[in-house]
Write a protein that binds this ligand. Structure first.
Ligand code: SAM
Length: 213
């Protein structure tokens, strides 16, 4: 079996990701502006773009914007006329993300909603999405996932980042305060008959759930 490692990550990144200057600059600005470097990795971003395009997504939701790095990838995967709504609780991060969406040429199709996502989701109850990306506080995942299932079309995809929690879910690293939450979350999705699910194993792992019922 081939063990996925940094060399293979770079191989994918060099060959398939080929970030444009805007995405490179977003990654450079993230620490400069004091944001934590907890965005998805480039090959995860490219994967999100490919996935969004593969399912022909027109309406996407992201929970956890940060500086907009993953949001740019998702927005660039949408079909023509598609829209991304992305939720971020910290106003300064939302403002920085807005600048990045402008720079990336996707501002016309991205709407940032600032505030606690739990409250913002209450305002989105009439919406149905093709694609939902969950990448905010881990304690919120069970609620976000249930909400997403109720607001995703049949055949739609829910993607949930940090499934591996740095490898700790499988004992590769000391558990932290969120390890048990992610273990429980992964178990829940794996046994959920409403979805066809797995984990995409690059980066920190992303749970993928296709709504089938
Ligand atoms: C891991 S970062 C998102 C990274 C981003 N998806 C990317 O890859 O570029 C998580 C973000 O979720 C935001 N967040 C955490 N809890 C939240 C909540 N309850 N409502 C809205 N945003 C929240 C944090 O402020 C942080 O910016």
């Amino acid at each position: 079996m081939t063990t996925y490692n940094v060399d293979l990550s770079l191989y994918i990144t060099d060959l398939f990701v080929r970030q444009d200057e805007t995405l490179n600059e977003v990654l450079r600005r993230t620490p400069r502006l004091g944001l934590p470097e907890i965005n998805v990795k480039p090959e995860e971003g490219r994967f999100l773009q490919v996935l969004v395009r593969a399912i022909g997504a027109r309406k996407a939701l992201e929970i956890g914007t940060l500086g907009g790095y993953s949001g740019i990838w998702i927005a660039r995967g949408l079909v023509d006329g598609g829209r991304l709504i992305t939720l971020e609780k910290e106003p300064r991060r939302a403002e920085i993300a807005r600048e990045h969406f402008e720079a990336a040429g996707v501002a016309d199709r991205v709407e940032i909603r600032t505030g606690d996502a739990h409250a913002t989701l209450e305002t989105l109850t009439g919406e149905v999405f093709d694609f939902v990306f969950i990448d905010a506080e881990k304690t919120g995942y069970p609620h976000y996932y249930e909400w997403a299932l109720q607001h995703t079309r049949p055949g739609g995809v829910i993607a949930c980042h940090n499934a591996f929690r740095g490898g700790s879910v499988a004992g590769l690293r000391e558990p932290d305060e969120y390890t048990a939450i992610m273990q429980e979350f992964n178990r829940k999705v794996a046994s959920d008959s409403r979805v066809l699910s797995t984990i995409y194993p690059a980066g920190d792992g992303t749970v993928l759930a296709v709504k089938v019922a």
